[in-house]
Every structure is written in structure tokens, then in C-alpha cells.
Design a protein around this ligand. Structure first.
Ligand SMILES: *Cc1c(COP(=O)(O)O)cnc(C)c1O
Length: 424
């Protein structure tokens, strides 16, 4: 496989971009990432003209794949050609807000921002402002973007920043507990109950190998937060409009959070984030309330058009049936291959999310500790490259999940399963 152009581009990039990239995970694969020239349906074509079946899909945002349907393209192009943005409201922000409010029962009002990180940052500030409390409970192995309050590791007795540049004083207000562990949550509420502003959790851990909640876990979180006057925040940046269709993962689990953070799919492939929830809480954002929140690009017309047209297209077509069917086919095929060739590995996922985790601890992982010992080096140094050689693009890291889009076909599934059979 010729990679001359990607290598040259990375050489140039190393001189002007730290690590040669604009987001860390892209450089996980060594010696260099491939550069994409363009997308085509469920595929991407790299700078040297090589074609790959793409299961990364922008790391989540591309529900429809790379070929946007005509109404989505038209919506985006019209907004871009009319002048990109204005600093005063436009109708399309109201349209997208109304769509989300109609389809996600817990959302009565919504504020749009520009990334998932910005959404969780604002949601945490809102929860603190609304409750007058400082502490937030998060899950070990959960990911809520590149922000000070959630880049925290350790446990609730000994939280510490997981990145340089974050003061210990920030980490002290964050209490990490294992996912699916009711006992630990009870403990932190016993110890800090009156100081806990919110429990912030992904409904399904999507950035750590795909870990599903056990029956009753989210109901338990709902009850204990209510009991202590804390908020329950679902971070649906990955699962929103992917798991559970237009009702999101919360409708699948039948649990109503106070606040929900969105990102990825809700912007149809453009930079986006959003915080939705009970009107009485969301109204605490400025200007109606006193929790400061603002953004030059927030509610950007091109993003709003891409998000609205994408979700409307999904509402009117067989998008979720298609991606979930392909997800089932992939997981079933992978189960067989893994049982046969790598019984020490686990196939994880649901709906249009899937991943083979290079470890096994019982039937399915329950929390981060169950996948922590996955063979990360084998994934990135051996396996990922073997898949790439066969024309299959998987997420660069053992822990980030993979996504099916409307652009993927049966043939993509078959070719992908063949490649796994070779590489595992
Ligand atoms: C991707 C992600 C984020 C961060 O979103 P960005 O747009 O990358 O800032 C936050 N939470 C979850 C669950 C995510 O998957």
C-alpha cells in the first residue's frame, strides 16, 4: 500500500502542529496516521488514493455516512451561501430546538454550543449554579471531553488531575466511582451528599470499550440523586440520536435525567454541542438566569441546518433500522470469529456501536476495571495495521468505539468480517 503522500503530509504537519495533529487520538497509530482526501458512502479515500471501509465515521458524528442525502446537502449549502453567521438569532436554531424537544422527553429547553466539551463544561457549571454545590460524581473510564472538571482520575477518596495543567484544587471537587457500582455511589452520597451538585454519566460507556449499564443502575442513579437534591446528567454526546433512535439512550433505558449533553450527531458532521433538560433548570443560563453561558459561534446556521436535516432525514427514512441491522450483523459475525479464533476477547456494543475488546472478564465488561488490561499495544501496533492493509479503517485506540452509518452496505460487513478473520 503506497503511503507516500500521507508520510509527506505528516512530515509537514510535525513542523507546525503539536504531534502533527489537532486531536490527540489521531496520532495513536505509529509511525503516522493516514490523511484523508475525501469520503464516499461508508468509505474514505486517503491522500494516496487508497480506499478503506470506514467504521470510525468521524468518531461518531456521521450517522448518514459521507454521502449526505440531497436535502441535507441543500440545507448546508444554502446556509453557507447566504453568509455564514450573524451574531443575532436565526430561525433554524428554533427549528432544531423544537425538533429535539419533540423527540427527547426529558428536554423542555436546550442551549446550543460548539462541542461536546463545551456542553459538559456548561452543564457542570449549570448544575453547580442551580444547586449551589460544588462536587460532581463521574465514572472511572467515562469521558466528558477535554475539560478541567472531568479530566480527573483515581477514586473518590483520592481524585487527581489526569492531565498536566489542571490544579489539584479543581480535581478535589470531582468524585470518580466505578460504573455499575451502586455501593460506591451510596458511599459518596453518605460522605458528601449535601455537597454533590450532580452525577454526570454516559448512559453507556462509549469511550472505554463500550460498557453497558446493568439492569436498574440508571434507575438507582435517578433515585439517589433525587433523594439528595442533586442533578442527574446524562452525557449523550455519543449515544444521543444513535442508541434508542430519536429518543436517545434515555428512552431506551426509560430513565429521565435532569440534564442531557449532546454533541456529535446533533450537528450533522459540523462542530456542535448542546445542553438540554428541564426548563426550570435550563432557564438558569444567562440571560434568563445567572449562570454565565455564551458563544460567538453557538447556534451556527450551517451546523443547525446540518443537524436538523440529518435528524429529519432519519425520522422520515429507514436510517435506524439500517444502521442497527448492520450493527447486529457485525456483532453476530464477530462473535463467531472471536469464539473460534480469540475466545479471550470480547465483542461489545449495541445499536450501531461495536468493538472487539482485546480482553475478557466474564460475559460482558461491567466497568472500566474489566477492560483496563486490554491488549492495547497489540491493538495499535499489530492488529490495526493488519486491518488497514486489508482496507478497513478502525478507531485508532483500543477503547474508542466504532460506528455504523447509513452509507454502509452488506458487502462492507462481509469484507470487514473477512478482514477480522485474517487479523485476529
Ligand atoms: C466525544 C465526547 C465528548 C466530547 O465532545 P467533543 O466534541 O470532542 O468536545 C464528551 N462526551 C462524550 C461521551 C463523548 O463521546
Amino acid at each position: 500500500m503506497n503511503e507516500d503522500n500521507s508520510r509527506e503530509l505528516y512530515d509537514r504537519a510535525l513542523s507546525v502542529l503539536p504531534g502533527g495533529v489537532n486531536s490527540a487520538v489521531r496520532a495513536v497509530i505509529e509511525p503516522y496516521p493516514f490523511f484523508v482526501q475525501k469520503g464516499d458512502g461508508g468509505h474514505v479515500i486517503d491522500a494516496d488514493g487508497n480506499r478503506y471501509i470506514d467504521w470510525v465515521m468521524g468518531l461518531g458524528p456521521l450517522l448518514l455516512g459521507h454521502d449526505l442525502p440531497e436535502p441535507v446537502q441543500a440545507g448546508i449549502q444554502q446556509k453557507a451561501s447566504e453568509g455564514p453567521m450573524y451574531g443575532t438569532p436565526t430561525e433554524i436554531e428554533v427549528d432544531l430546538a423544537e425538533f429535539v424537544v419533540r423527540h427527547v422527553p426529558s428536554v423542555e429547553k436546550i442551549r446550543f454550543v460548539n462541542s461536546g466539551t463545551e456542553a459538559t463544561t456548561s452543564a457542570v457549571r449549570l448544575a453547580r449554579g442551580y444547586t449551589g454545590r460544588n462536587k460532581i460524581v463521574v465514572n472511572q473510564g467515562g469521558y466528558h471531553g477535554a475539560q478541567e472538571s472531568t479530566l480527573v482520575e483515581g477514586d473518590h477518596e483520592n481524585p487527581r488531575p489526569s492531565s498536566a495543567g489542571i490544579p489539584q484544587a479543581f480535581a478535589e471537587h470531582t468524585l470518580p466511582v466505578p460504573f455499575n457500582d451502586e455501593e460506591s455511589v451510596r458511599e459518596v452520597f453518605e460522605e458528601h451528599g449535601d455537597d454533590i451538585a450532580a452525577v454526570l454519566t454516559e448512559p453507556i460507556l462509549g469511550n472505554y470499550g463500550i460498557v453497558q449499564p446493568e439492569d436498574g443502575y440508571h434507575e438507582f442513579l435517578r433515585d439517589i440523586t433525587e433523594e439528595h437534591g442533586s442533578l442527574l446528567i446524562f452525557d449523550e454526546v455519543i449515544t444521543g440520536f444513535r442508541v434508542g433512535g430519536l429518543g436517545c439512550a434515555q428512552s431506551e433505558f426509560g430513565v429521565t435525567p435532569d440534564l442531557t449533553t449532546f454533541g456529535k450527531i446533533i450537528g450533522g458532521g459540523f462542530p456542535v454541542g448542546a445542553i438540554g433538560g428541564r426548563a426550570e433548570i435550563i432557564e438558569n443560563f444567562t440571560p434568563s438566569g445567572d449562570v454565565f453561558q455564551a458563544g460567538t459561534f453557538s447556534g451556527h446556521p450551517v451546523t443547525m441546518a446540518a443537524g436538523l436535516e440529518t435528524l429529519q432525514f432519519a425520522a422520515e427514512n429507514d436510517v435506524y433500522d439500517h444502521v442497527n441491522d448492520i450493527g447486529d450483523r457485525l456483532r453476530e459475525g464477530l462473535e463467531e470469529i472471536v469464539a473460534d479464533q480469540a475466545p479471550e476477547y470480547t465483542v461489545a456494543g449495541t445499536d450501531s456501536m461495536f468493538k472487539v475488546i482485546f480482553t475478557r472478564d466474564g460475559e460482558a465488561p461491567k466497568n472500566a476495571a474489566d477492560v483496563k488490561n486490554a491488549e492495547t499495544d497489540r491493538w495499535r501496533r499489530i492488529f490495526w495495521g493488519q486491518m488497514k492493509e486489508q482496507g478497513v479503517f478502525l478507531s485508532q485506540n483500543q477503547f474508542e468505539c466504532q460506528f455504523v452509518s447509513y452509507g454502509h452496505t452488506e458487502e462492507d460487513v462481509e469484507r470487514t468480517l473477512e478482514a477480522y478473520k485474517e487479523a485476529l
